[in-house]
Design a protein around this ligand. Structure first.
Ligand code: PDD
Length: 279
C-alpha cells in the first residue's frame, strides 16, 4: 500500500526510518488516529487541528499547513481504497545525532510526517453487548492533554486489562478517575453524563467533543467534573469513547456489574445519536 512520508505519497516498501529519528529514540513526537467511514474521513479537521496543538505544546514546528496535510491524508485514503478503517499519522522532531536537546535550528533537521491506513470494521458486536473494564492507577505524566508518542504507561495499563480479559483499563489518580488507557471515560447518574474536565490530566478526545455537542443538542446534561472510582462502581451506566471504540458501553468494572450489568438507556441513546453522525 501507499503511505505518507514528509510531503509525499509513496509506496510503503521504499520508505525507511532512520535509527536516529527522534520519534524512535525519544518518543519525541505527536500523533493522531482518524476514522474512515465508507471511504470518508470523520472529523479530520478536528484531528489535524489537535495534531498542531500537540506539536505546539512540545515546541515542534510541523512545517506544513493543516490544509496540505488534510489533502494528503484524503488522497492516501483514496489511493489505498479504504472503506471502513483508520489513518494513523505521526510527526516526529526528525533525524539528528542523538542528544536530548532539540537539534540546532541550522541543522536542517525538520519534522517528519508519516501516515498509513488500515482497514478496521466497526466493533459492532461489542457496541451491542458492552465490554468489561478494570481500574488501574494512572502513572502517566502531567501533560496528558498532549497526544504524545510516549505511550508506555498506556501500553502497560492496556496489557493489564487484556490479561484480565477486559477491553479497557480505566485510570485513576489517587482514586479520581481520569480517562481510559486509550479512551475517555464517563459515568451516567440520574440522567447526567459526567466526565473529567478537559485539563492537563486527560486527552480532550475528538469523540468526547462530538459527544458533548450531541448531549447539548438533545437536552442531555453533560457535566465536566471529577468523580471517584467509588462513583464509577455505583454508577447507573458507564461508557468510554474513542475514535476506534465510538460510544462503547462498559457493563462490568473490576468484575462488578454496572447498573443492570448491560448497556444502559442513556448510553444506547448516545450510540444512536452518534451513529446518525457517521452515516
Ligand atoms: N486513542 N484518551 C486517550 C489517552 C487516548 O489515547 C484516546 C484516543 C482518547 C480518545 O480520543 P479520540 O476520541 O480523539 O480518539 C482519549 C487513540 C484512538 C489511539 O491511541 O489509538
Amino acid at each position: 500500500g501507499k503511505i505518507i512520508f514528509g510531503d509525499q505519497i509513496l509506496d510503503r516498501s521504499v520508505v525507511h526510518i532512520d535509527l536516529e529519528d527522534r520519534g524512535y529514540q525519544f518518543g519525541d513526537g505527536v500523533y493522531e488516529v482518524i476514522r474512515v467511514y465508507g471511504g470518508k474521513l470523520f472529523t479530520a479537521k478536528e484531528h489535524i487541528e489537535r495534531l498542531f496543538q500537540s506539536a505546539k505544546k512540545i515546541k515542534m514546528d510541523i512545517s506544513m499547513t493543516p490544509e496540505r496535510i488534510e489533502d494528503l491524508v484524503a488522497e492516501l485514503v483514496k489511493e489505498n481504497g479504504v472503506g471502513f478503517g483508520s489513518v494513523y499519522m505521526q510527526v516526529t522532531r526528525g533525524t539528528a545525532p542523538r542528544t536530548h536537546m532539540f537539534p540546532k535550528p541550522d541543522s536542517q533537521t525538520t519534522a517528519v510526517l508519516t501516515a498509513y491506513t488500515n482497514e478496521v470494521p466497526r466493533p459492532e458486536r461489542q457496541l451491542e453487548s458492552g465490554v468489561d473494564a478494570i481500574t488501574a492507577e494512572d502513572i502517566r505524566w502531567l501533560r496528558c492533554d498532549i497526544k504524545s508518542l510516549n505511550l508506555l504507561p498506556n501500553v502497560l495499563a492496556k496489557q493489564e486489562a487484556t490479561e484480565a480479559g477486559c477491553f479497557e483499563a480505566i485510570l485513576h489518580r489517587s482514586g479520581i478517575v481520569t480517562e481510559g488507557s486509550s479512551s475517555n471515560a464517563y459515568l451516567v447518574r440520574n440522567g447526567e453524563v459526567i466526565t473529567h474536565p478537559a485539563d492537563n490530566f486527560i486527552l480532550n478526545g475528538i469523540t468526547r467533543q462530538v459527544l458533548a455537542k450531541l448531549c447539548q443538542e438533545n437536552g442531555i446534561p453533560f457535566v465536566e467534573k471529577a468523580f471517584g472510582v467509588v462513583d464509577l462502581l455505583q454508577a447507573d451506566e458507564v461508557f468510554i469513547t474513542s475514535t476506534t471504540s465510538e460510544v462503547m458501553p462498559i457493563v462490568k468494572v473490576d468484575d462488578k456489574p454496572i447498573g443492570a450489568g448491560k448497556p444502559g438507556g442513556v448510553t444506547r441513546k448516545l450510540q444512536t445519536l452518534f451513529e446518525a453522525k457517521i452515516n
